[in-house]
Design a protein around this ligand. Sequence first.
Ligand SMILES: *Cc1c(COP(=O)(O)O)cnc(C)c1O
Length: 357
Amino acid sequence: MSPFPRQDYRALTRYHFDRTPVALDLSDNTNQWGAHPAALEVLRTAGDDALARYPDLYADELRAAVSRRLGVPEACVTTGCGSDDVLDSAYRSAAGAADFVAVATPTFSMALPLARMNGMEARATPWRAALDDPTRLLAGGPALVYVCRPNNPTGEVADTAWVEALLDAAGDDGPLVLLDEAYVDFGGDTFAGRATAHPRLVVSRTMSKAFGLAGLRVGYAVAHPDTTLEVEKSRGPYKVARLAARAAAAALDDQAGWVTRTVEACVVNRSRVEGALAQRGLDLVPSRANFVLFRAPGGEAIADARALRARGVAVRPFPGDMPDGSDALRVTVAPWPLMERFLEALDAHLASPGVTG
Ligand SMILES: *Cc1c(COP(=O)(O)O)cnc(C)c1O
């Protein structure tokens, strides 16, 4: 007998995508303005105690910084090794309430596999259908509902009223509703405050995008204190390294306004690149995040992404994920000189799709 008896688990594959080095990588929505300087300063000035001693069991210093930034009680904050870890813990805490997780797709690539890792099925509801009627996500009684807002990879933000309708329909004995706000700094209103008083709502956030700390692996979630405790129990102690927690806390305080400035620059460049794509006749989904999803110029996302990569620019292919079902590419918004390099590669590809430079 296999030491890994779960069929669903054996069917799962290790997450992977092409990360071979490329001159300009605009494929993963990390911060192209760099890392938060206050976090770098914490790392540069670290002493022995930062490494020789165990960190806090539950990253109290980081929880306090989240509490200050969002104006929510510390008892409502849980943390993790990246928000993937927080999402995983939330899924695990709800596993068993039902045998499946409901996910509005296309969405974050980990939303479906996290269900299978935690012994549940993942049921996908098309994003358009879910937007028409949020109760579609509740059909059959899921253990948890995952919604990304702003959504990755489309950049769309489900209306505030839509989220309220979902929460109302889920009710007090319904599934856990997980709102992934990884990109909320770039657009859309947050439900973090609402989550502190709602027994079923969990709002997750990451330090990997607007705060420029993807390499540090820090994420957190805000929820009602009772829910926070359940998610934290399933996560376990010592998940956030002491240095990572300190660096993230300094970035959250954002005393010199680095996050505010780079987010503003990103939002300006997002409009510019949307204009540039439209000018080239490429359909796009208007974005509220730090990336733009647009129609694959040659109609085949994988081939188009490969051709752009050969021209030195990595973007992420999303076959079939445009609203009309055609293939899409997702590009991360960056400082304008980098966006110009992207547009040059795109123009060269549009001019001679078969040729790689
Ligand atoms: C990038 C991203 C995250 C971040 O995950 P980390 O583990 O915190 O790096 C979470 N959710 C979505 C939708 C993302 O795109």
